[in-house]
Write a protein that binds this ligand. Structure first.
Ligand SMILES: Nc1ncnc2c1ncn2[C@@H]1O[C@H](COP(=O)(O)OP(=O)(O)O)[C@@H](O)[C@H]1O
Ligand code: SF4
Ligand SMILES: [Mg+2]
Length: 314
């Protein structure tokens, strides 16, 4: 069953087209990785799935349908409901998701009451403590009374995950949820996200700049560059045989990173920040396989060997 269907979504900022006619769908229980370097449009795309458009951004075309309903047409109340109980969004900076003035427990209880998950504050607290235990928070009763600034990054991310789970979402969207954490905490949080998604048979959209993080986590990967989908296919196939030169570049950066024991970008050049024109391949300034046509024509996303690829080589 298709839970989420994005069709020809285009989000623009005054200086750039952040999301450039993106289409994809997410089935029930499907786990998708969304990968690309910083500035490729991953966050703008993922936030727009909840109809959150920051700054001067505008959705100028396209649809995002959750169970058949276009979220851009939903009244505010329905949208609020969808943001908790349909799509759970995990942020990169977990602390910023909490209000610094109130205790964690206070905020969790408020959220549970406003979404009618618990009938009263007492029941809400009981539920919160149970979920805090589930995400392996030691001494949950004590943590319940802490303020956000008293939490470590890992703890804040666990609590936020617990809160999202209590709302009983069908899809979890996690935007670089471990980037702000140290390596050991990162591994623990990845393990937790995987077990939560698998045990509850949830769908997942996991966003990262690091392809390697997606290994053993997702079924499918969508590679984004300059706001557009460049390659979309089964993760293991793409990982073994990338078809798009940009995907190849991302994989090479993993090989280099393994040697140097840190993740770094091996593709020369930068993501273009002011891409407006669609009369060439956006990757052509950095592509080692560039051909004459690449500077003349924007490539279409085509079916190639069971995946989708946007490149004139195919
Ligand atoms: N609040 C904003 N104001 C202006 N431009 C923005 C804003 N957010 C994103 N953009 C533009 O959209 C592009 C994609 O940004 P983003 O989705 O945050 O990239 P990613 O998450 O892949 O690092 C950026 O390069 C930037 O030009
Ligand atoms: S279309 Fe051309 S420039 Fe773009 S990725 Fe393919 S080969 Fe490279
Ligand atoms: Mg981002």
């Amino acid at each position: 069953m298709c839970l989420l269907k994005v069709t020809d979504l285009k989000v623009v900022y005054p200086q750039t087209i952040a999301v450039r006619g993106v289409s994809f769908s997410v089935k029930k229980g499907e786990k998708i990785g969304l990968v690309g370097e910083s500035g490729c449009g991953k966050s703008v795309l993922s936030l727009s799935l909840l109809n959150i458009i920051l700054g001067e951004g505008k959705v100028i075309s396209g649809k995002v349908e959750f169970k058949g309903e276009n979220i851009f047409d939903l009244p505010k109340k329905e949208l609020r409901r969808l943001r908790g109980r349909g799509l759970g969004y995990v942020f990169q900076e977990p602390q910023s998701a909490f209000d610094p003035v109130f205790t964690v427990g206070n905020q969790v209880v408020e959220t549970l009451l406003s979404h009618n998950i618990a009938p009263n504050p007492g029941e809400a607290k009981k539920l919160a403590v149970r979920y805090f235990e589930m995400v392996k928070i030691d001494n949950p009763e004590y943590v319940f009374n802490l303020y956000p600034f008293q939490l470590s990054g890992g703890m804040a991310q666990r609590i936020y995950l617990a809160l999202i789970l209590m709302l009983n979402p069908e899809i979890i969207i996690a935007d670089e949820p471990t980037t702000a954490l140290d390596v050991i905490t990162q591994k623990k949080i990845m393990k937790l996200i995987k077990s939560i998604v698998d045990e509850n048979k949830l769908s997942l959209i996991f966003i990262t700049h690091n392809l390697l993080l997606l290994k053993n986590l997702v079924d499918r990967v969508i590679v984004m560059y300059a706001g557009a989908i460049m390659e979309d296919g089964n993760f293991d196939d793409v990982f073994k045989y990338p078809l798009h030169p940009y995907t190849e570049g991302l994989l090479k950066s993993i090989a280099v990173a393994r040697e140097k024991k840190e993740y770094l970008e091996a593709i020369p050049g930068n993501v273009p920040h002011r891409v407006k024109e669609e009369d060439k391949c956006p990757f052509c300034d950095r592509c080692i396989k560039k051909m004459h046509i690449c500077e003349k024509k924007y490539p279409r996303l085509l079916e190639v060997k069971g995946r989708k690829v946007r490149c004139h080589l195919y």
